[in-house]
Design a protein around this ligand. Structure first.
Ligand SMILES: Cc1cc2nc3c(=O)[nH]c(=O)nc-3n(C[C@H](O)[C@H](O)[C@H](O)COP(=O)(O)OP(=O)(O)OC[C@H]3O[C@@H](n4cnc5c(N)ncnc54)[C@H](O)[C@@H]3O)c2cc1C
Ligand code: SF4
Length: 510
């Protein structure tokens, strides 16, 4: 008897486990655009467009390969609002032996799938997502054997497992595992920036864009500059362009901030990898080949591969190992609401303005913008993790909870109490100034701390440290900062704290 196979909007790969050993002539594949998934947070319109356009193209691709596909469009007259209902309708239309799906990327949906398993009269099979390089059981094993889950050690395990950048003797190429110390240059504008390939939407994609613009008009974000790959050919083209033009500069400028470009030398590949258009291993292998061909330096290639086989796999492991409790954690008891500037309200703070306007225009910000600008600002203010996480999940085209939550709650907000990063990524305006040129166009003075025009990051940085002194003062990598605080005169300390208090009372007027 036939099987009914469910594919989700981030499972658009021929290699997806739910399709393996299936029979295209007999089995039926279901893909559905459903309102509940498109609106449980106010997703950026480009994210909805990306996923629905890619789903439509993948469904056509499957049909061309001979698969029988049932596809629900959001604007079908009989469209159902929830994935369970769509599957039930399909089950009522035919005779199926079982329902097959691949492990999804979000705990909320996973729980729903487990309910189907328990309640439906036929078997519901949830297969592991083999697109990831580290099976969840391997991560679990690694995690239970350690008190501290440091990414660096997990990354070494992944280098050994994949063989990427390893010598025949089992040593890391270049004699070191990590070249991060070479990856901290500010961008001086001299090296030419990569020319991004423009993705053009077909006629159907344009109709879809018009429908999304109308139905999700209240969601934050523009649709005009949509340029994300929506099929594998486009994603491969973007990958090729990145390897050739972006990768050689990726290492040096990985941590740079620049008002000349929101993208700099970053790959922009996260959405293509996350929704299944590219395989993480093929992406890394192409980067490795560029190194061996002398087209990109080791600090760039190692740094890039580390992000994918290290951070990306690590945060996924952390997510599934710790949910659902992880989402509730708020170790620093942060309670403030998200400032209006995150949704585009005017602000004199150039760094926040630059990042938020890029997010509005592209549904994108690179890692240091996410971590050290919007993340750092929310950390210093003490914004409630749930509000921050909802923003990150909504506004980035690449945001799926398995990757967004550990990065936001753990890395940016220290909300997990140090599980992901032993010390908080808190920084003053000096860091933002050092990494780029935002401060030159700001209403505030980065060199000042207590004056009415002083950079808000500066006094709030000290206020944050003072607020959490009991937690961090003994941390070996923070002790020196606390000694600097102790060395300040009482009057100076008081002026800093007063300025910070004033800022906290006027967050939405900054
Ligand atoms: C607060 C915060 C929230 C984030 N939310 C997301 C999210 O929702 N979705 C998402 O894919 N990434 C997220 N990241 C990680 C990272 O910022 C993005 O993957 C990256 O900016 C995407 O742009 P890029 O493709 O140009 O990446 P590049 O800088 O070119 O990096 C290459 C690839 O490495 C992977 N990668 C890099 N850093 C990370 C990381 N920390 N965790 C996981 N993968 C990583 C991505 O697949 C990325 O495409 C977040 C980071 C922070 C600090
Ligand atoms: S001065 Fe402060 S607020 Fe302004 S851009 Fe620099 S870091 Fe941001």
């Amino acid at each position: 008897m036939a099987n009914l196979i469910l594919l989700l909007g981030d499972q658009l790969s021929d290699r997806i486990s739910a399709l393996q050993a299936a029979n295209p002539a007999e089995d039926r594949v279901v893909l559905a655009e459903v309102l509940s998934e498109a609106s449980y947070v106010p997703h950026h319109p480009q994210k909805i467009l990306l996923i629905f356009a890619a789903m439509r193209q993948f469904a056509r691709h499957l049909q061309q390969q001979g698969w029988q596909v049932s596809y629900q469009r959001l604007d079908d007259a009989d469209a159902l609002g929830d994935l369970g209902q769509v599957l039930q309708r399909e089950l009522a239309r035919g005779h199926y032996a079982r329902v097959i799906m691949t492990h999804c990327g979000e705990y909320r949906l996973h729980r729903q799938m487990r309910r189907w398993q328990a309640e439906w009269p036929l078997p519901v099979e949830i297969r592991p997502d083999t697109r990831f390089l580290c099976p969840l059981r391997v991560f679990r094993q690694w995690a239970v054997e350690r008190k501290e889950w440091r990414m660096e050690y997990f990354y070494r395990l992944m280098r050994r497992r994949t063989g990427l950048l390893m010598t025949a003797e089992g040593k890391p190429v270049g004699g070191k595992w990590n070249f991060d110390a070479d990856n901290r240059r500010a961008y001086d504008g001299k090296r030419p920036l990569p020319l991004l390939p423009a993705t053009t939407l077909d006629e159907e994609g344009q109709r879809l864009a018009a429908m999304i613009a109308e139905r999700f008009s209240t969601h934050f974000g523009d649709l005009q500059s949509f340029h994300w790959p929506v099929n594998r050919a486009q994603a491969l083209h973007l990958l090729g362009t990145f390897i050739e033009q972006g990768l050689p500069g990726f290492g040096d400028y990985q941590d740079a901030l620049s008002s000349q470009s929101p993208f700099l030398f970053h790959s922009l590949l996260s959405s293509s990898i996350n929704i299944g258009l590219l395989d993480p291993l093929e992406v890394c292998q192409q980067a490795e080949a560029a190194y061996h061909a002398g087209q990109a330096p080791l600090n760039a290639v190692e740094g890039f591969i580390r992000q994918i086989i290290g951070w990306r796999e690590y945060v996924r492991g952390v997510y599934w190992q710790t949910m659902p409790e992880y989402a509730e954690s708020n170790a620093l008891a942060a309670q403030r609401p998200l400032p209006a500037a995150y949704w585009g309200a005017p602000t004199g703070m150039a760094c926040i303005r630059e990042v938020v306007s890029a997010v509005r225009q592209y549904g994108y910000a690179h890692h240091i913008q996410r971590l050290m600008v919007t993340g750092n600002w929310a950390l210093l203010l003490g914004v409630q993790p749930k509000a921050v996480c909802e923003w990150y999940l909504a506004v980035f085209v690449d945001a799926f909870e398995w990757v967004e939550l550990p990065n936001t709650l753990g890395m940016a907000l220290h909300g997990d109490g140090g599980l992901l990063a032993s010390k908080p990524y808190a920084a003053s305006g000096k860091y933002i100034q050092r990494q780029g040129d935002y401060c030159a166009g700001c209403d505030y003075q980065v060199s000042r701390v207590t004056e009415p025009d002083s950079c808000p990051f500066n006094s709030l940085y000290w206020h944050f440290l003072k607020r959490h002194q009991a937690r961090f003062a003994e941390h070996p990598r923070m002790a020196m900062i606390y000694r600097n605080w102790q060395r300040m005169e009482a009057g100076q300390q008081q002026a800093i704290l007063q300025r910070a208090e004033w800022l906290l009372e006027h967050i939405d007027q900054l």
